[in-house]
Design a protein around this ligand. Structure first.
Ligand SMILES: [Zn+2]
Length: 376
């Protein structure tokens, strides 16, 4: 097994790519979907079950872990992999995005952000240096630069100011990260929906140099059309020989469209969160298990799915345990949803490798357009 962090590109189909990210903790097949393990757990799933769905890597959230149980405590207990019983790669975000969306009384300066915890009101500070320290204490394999991202829509002056601050913070993140063989630091491109700012940001990041690059600041309410518009140029502004990560995306059709536009990595809470609210993602679109049409339906969610939920349980059972608020409801639907996402990624790998992505994407949209099976 490699002792270094490397990215091997195996094949391309138009702008889409398939490859392998090699790390000392294991390979990550790309395009990759990373389930979100916010508080050192993918909610409702055992780590071995997450692996069984086909996940090569998980995402952990710096903001949540620094507040509870704290990065220092996790380090003392042997790091995040050991703490949560996941030996494969982990990517951690920088905490910046969640400070902006969750914390109270935020104050942003050149140095960083001070804020109060949404849990107990205690006062904390995040800066590029502190974010790098926390992610090192956690033992993260892929570390994200500390950045700032304005909510869209924002005016050009605000987007430019924010992007330039993030680029200064990217340089400080690189410096603070230091030399850590086998670990990677990813830069984050900002610039909103402004093509010239995206290019400036990409230039600044390339000059610093990173092991991978994220397209940041999307999936913040701009809509799919605007996001795809940005992805028509943003990924190609980043180095071709490094992984490209679209943060916080997304729905299955967002992922397919982004893979077509050259993205290699994704994370999103959607499959796990939806699993807990009675929503299942299937080849035929979203199924709401709480709907009364399922109450006497003996068929599985998706008869073509090989996950334990679809192999062993009926829609009628899933409807019942959701209505009865039984824990197994969230467990089964989360397992199915994560399995569906990983099967989608596997389908994309195969199609790109075969040079057949356009046909795969046509089939993906056609099956969804058919809609759910007829009620019994
Ligand atoms: Zn299933």
């Amino acid at each position: 097994m490699t002792q270094r962090f490397e990215f091997e590109l195996h094949g391309t189909d138009d702008r889409a790519r398939t490859g392998t990210i090699k790390t000392p903790r294991g390979d990550i097949r790309t395009p990759a979907f990373m389930p979100v393990g916010t508080a050192a757990t993918v909610k409702a799933m055992m780590p071995e079950s997450v692996r069984a769905t086909g996940a090569d890597i998980l995402l952990g959230n710096t903001y949540h872990l620094m507040l509870r149980p704290t990065a220092e405590r996790i380090a003392k207990l042997g790091g995040l992999h050991k703490f949560m019983n996941w030996e494969r790669p982990i990517l951690t975000d920088s905490g910046g995005f969640q400070v902006m969306s969750l914390a109270d009384l935020r104050k942003l300066t050149e140095e960083g952000v001070t804020f109060r915890s949404h849990i107990d009101g205690s006062k904390h500070m995040l800066s590029p240096e502190r974010s790098m320290e926390i992610q090192r204490l956690l033992g993260s394999d892929i570390v994200m630069c500390f950045d700032e991202c304005p909510a869209l829509p924002a005016d050009r002056a605000r987007i430019k100011e924010s992007m330039e601050l993030s680029m200064r913070w990217a340089a400080r993140s690189r410096e603070a990260f230091g030399d850590r063989p086998g670990h990677a630091l990813f830069g984050i491109q900002q610039g909103g929906l402004e093509q010239d700012f995206r290019e400036e940001s990409a230039e600044a990041l390339r000059a610093i140099g990173f092991e991978g690059y994220a397209v940041g600041g999307l999936a913040v309410g701009e809509g799919q059309e605007a996001m795809f518009g940005c992805l028509d140029y943003a990924p190609e502004q980043l180095p071709v020989d490094r992984p490209r990560y679209l943060m916080g995306v997304g729905k299955p059709d967002d992922i397919v469209g982004a893979v077509e536009r050259g993205i290699d990595m994704f994370d999103c809470v959607l499959p796990s969160r939806s699993g807990r609210t009675g929503q299942a993602f299937t080849r035929r679109g979203v199924v709401n298990i709480k709907n009364a049409r399922h109450q006497e339906d003996p068929r599985p969610l998706d008869e073509a799915c090989s996950c334990p939920c679809c192999s062993n349980y009926s829609r009628a059972y899933l409807h019942h345990v959701f209505k009865a608020q039984e824990m197994i409801s969230g467990m089964l639907l989360t397992w199915h949803n994560l399995h569906y996402y990983q099967e989608l990624m596997a389908g994309l790998h195969g199609a790109i490798a075969a040079g057949d992505l356009a046909a795969f994407v046509r089939g993906f949209h056609a099956t969804r357009a058919d809609g759910d099976i007829e009620p019994v």
